[in-house]
Structure formats: structure tokens, C-alpha cells
Design a protein around this ligand. Structure first.
Ligand SMILES: [Fe+2]
Length: 185
């Protein structure tokens, strides 16, 4: 997998594969835009808005590698995305992305009703991802740096799946992406 080294690389990935729904009921582009809009509405800082926008970029990288939701080529999309983005962004962006699956396992353990509110794709993947955390895992996860950010991102992720909702286009986030990105040589 080639690392993403510019904002243009990131936007080109959405251009090429953002129409794909992967395992959701709306396009990956719309899901990213809605998740970022929820982060903005909640007053998240720029880095967390970028994390919200790019949290599922691992799915786009999988599509670029010839994978599909049913037969992925790049497993663990949260890690794939965080690693691919690590040249461009520091851990204030990549850590919440890397932890957003663990955060689902955490949140479904502390609020079992959440399982029923997950999208079909997310509920199906929860089992593959280890299911809700047990007590030991919960205690450990609460001590992780970026715990709060990962949980916030996860809630926006689960709510950012409304078919047809009108939110700002991807291009509206370009200046935020540029502000948060590491200085480029
Ligand atoms: Fe997501």
C-alpha cells in the first residue's frame, strides 16, 4: 500500500472510489462528509474533524487495491487508514482513526442498546472485530490516550449514515486538511 503524501492524494482517492458504498447503505463519500459535519457541529477541533472525515479511508485504500467489502484485500481498515495517513498527519488525526473500531467495541459494551442502532454493515463487522469488550478490555481502553476522541469519533461515525442528508461537499474541508497536515517539504 502506497502512503498518502498529499491532500491531493487523499481527495483523488475519494474521487476514484468515494461513490462505492463498501459495507454501508450510503456512499463512502457521503458517509465521510456526514461524519465530519457532525464533528464540526459538536465543536471538535480541526484535527478531530479531519479524523472524522478520513476515518474510513482504509476502505477506499482497500477498493484501490482491488478489495471489496465481501473480500477485502487489506484487513483492519482502521489500521490501514491510520498507517497510510501517518506521513501526512500526526497522531491527533491517526490515533482516533486507528482506535475507532475498538471504540465501537467499547461503546457497545457500555451501552448494549447501541448494537441495535448500528448500521447493518457495522453490526455484522462487530462480531468479526471481537464483539463488545469484556471488563478487562474496558478498563484498559479507558486508560488509552485518545480514548475520548476515539469514542466521540465513533458516535459521529454511527450517526453519519443518513441517506440523502445534505452536508457540505468534500472540497469544503480542503483548507482544514491543509491546516492540519504536517508541513510538506
Ligand atoms: Fe465509518
Amino acid at each position: 500500500m502506497t502512503p498518502l503524501t498529499s491532500i491531493d492524494d487523499v481527495l483523488a482517492l475519494f474521487e476514484a472510489h468515494g461513490d462505492d458504498r463498501y459495507d454501508e447503505e450510503l456512499s463512502q463519500r457521503d458517509h465521510a462528509r456526514q461524519t465530519a459535519a457532525l464533528a464540526l457541529a459538536a465543536g471538535a477541533d480541526d484535527a478531530l474533524v479531519v479524523a472524522a472525515l478520513l476515518h474510513d479511508i482504509g476502505h477506499l485504500l482497500d477498493l484501490a487495491a482491488g478489495g471489496t467489502a465481501d473480500v477485502p484485500r487489506l484487513a483492519h481498515h482502521e489500521r490501514v487508514g491510520a498507517i497510510a495517513l501517518s506521513e501526512l498527519f500526526d497522531e491527533s488525526v491517526t490515533a482516533p482513526i486507528a482506535l475507532h473500531v475498538e471504540a465501537k467495541r467499547y461503546l457497545t459494551a457500555v451501552d448494549p442498546d447501541l448494537v441495535d442502532r448500528l448500521s447493518n454493515g457495522s453490526r455484522t463487522s462487530l462480531g468479526r472485530q471481537g464483539g463488545p469488550m469484556d471488563e478487562t478490555e474496558l478498563e484498559h481502553f479507558r486508560t488509552r490516550r485518545w480514548f475520548a476522541e476515539a469514542c466521540a469519533l465513533r458516535r459521529w461515525d454511527d450517526d453519519g449514515k443518513v441517506d440523502g442528508l445534505v452536508v457540505p461537499p468534500l472540497s469544503a474541508h480542503r483548507s482544514t486538511l491543509e491546516r492540519v497536515a504536517r508541513p510538506q517539504p
